[in-house]
Design a protein around this ligand. Structure first.
Ligand SMILES: Nc1nc2c(ncn2[C@@H]2O[C@H](COP(=O)(O)OP(=O)(O)OP(=O)(O)O)[C@@H](O)[C@H]2O)c(=O)[nH]1
Ligand SMILES: [Mg+2]
Length: 243
């Protein structure tokens, strides 16, 4: 089976090289993988860092986009490239700030081999955790937010709807993409993660979770903005009303 580790980046110059090296080390003895970094023309020169890696153009590929278009758009562009050009059977999406630890990649692969089609790295099942050092409002948003999502979207199949550490099989992508595009205004940025998970669980394909410890980023700045606080509640309300 072929797979692509898909990593969206925006101003992650201080994190990307270490992450790439850890992935290469973790997968040294595994066949059939590539890394695809999707960079939105980061002004800090993240793309240059990627090109410096000894595995650049061998195991590590770069999709350079001309401007910042948000996380959801970066994921869609990266998935299109991975499934249609690189012929991947599944992708594993990861943040580039080391909050998603490469050691868990093997757990995702095990679940794929076990027949799951959509797998989420969860901070809310035994063995998973959020950073102790997060300020109270961030902890509240994440814990409370994830606990109320099932009420709005009518599914308890997952415990972590916002996590971006995922394995996604091609058939899931092909079925979810048109649904996301139909409502794209509501599904961009960080809301993409919830809306993608919503459509994925509705397909009734086997889903799964892998517990993950989520260390806080130590370098670079968070891109989580106010946009999230507006679009996500709107998406959840609309979904509930429609059903
Ligand atoms: N290509 C691209 N990547 C983005 C964009 N916005 C965020 N990212 C990347 O998406 C990933 C998640 O962003 P983060 O800022 O780490 O979001 P977060 O983990 O919710 O917030 P922190 O915990 O504060 O780091 C990181 O790898 C970012 O570099 C974007 O507009 N385009
Ligand atoms: Mg982060």
């Amino acid at each position: 089976m072929k797979f692509v580790i898909l990593i969206p980046t925006y101003n992650e110059k201080e994190n990307i090289s270490l992450l790439l090296s850890k992935i290469v080390k973790t997968l040294a003895n595994s066949p059939g993988w590539k890394v695809l970094v999707v960079d939105d023309n980061s002004p800090d020169g993240t793309a240059k860092e990627v090109k410096k890696h000894p595995q650049y153009k061998k195991k590590i590929l770069l999709l350079q986009r001309s401007k910042k278009e948000g996380l959801g758009n970066a994921y869609l562009a990266g998935m299109e490239e991975s499934f249609n050009k690189l012929k991947a059977d599944f992708v594993i999406t990861m943040d580039s700030d080391l909050s998603h630890q490469p050691k868990y990649i093997v757990k995702f692969i095990e679940k794929i081999k076990d027949g799951r089609a959509f797998i989420v790295g969860s901070r809310y099942i035994p063995g998973g955790s959020i950073p102790k050092e997060w300020p109270p409002h961030r902890k509240f948003l994440s814990i409370f937010g994830n606990s109320i999502v099932p009420f709005f979207i009518g599914s308890r199949k997952l415990t972590d709807w916002t996590s971006g550490f995922r394995a996604i099989k091609k058939e899931v992508y092909e079925k979810v993409r048109p649904k996301i595009l139909r409502d794209h205004a509501q599904n961009k940025g960080y809301t993409f993660n919830i809306s993608f998970a919503y459509h994925a669980v509705k397909l009734n394909l086997p889903v799964g979770e892998v517990p993950i410890h989520f260390p806080d980023r130590t370098k670079g700045e968070s891109k989580l903005g106010l946009e999230y606080l507006i679009h996500t509640p709107v998406f959840l309300l609309r979904t509930r009303l429609r059903s």
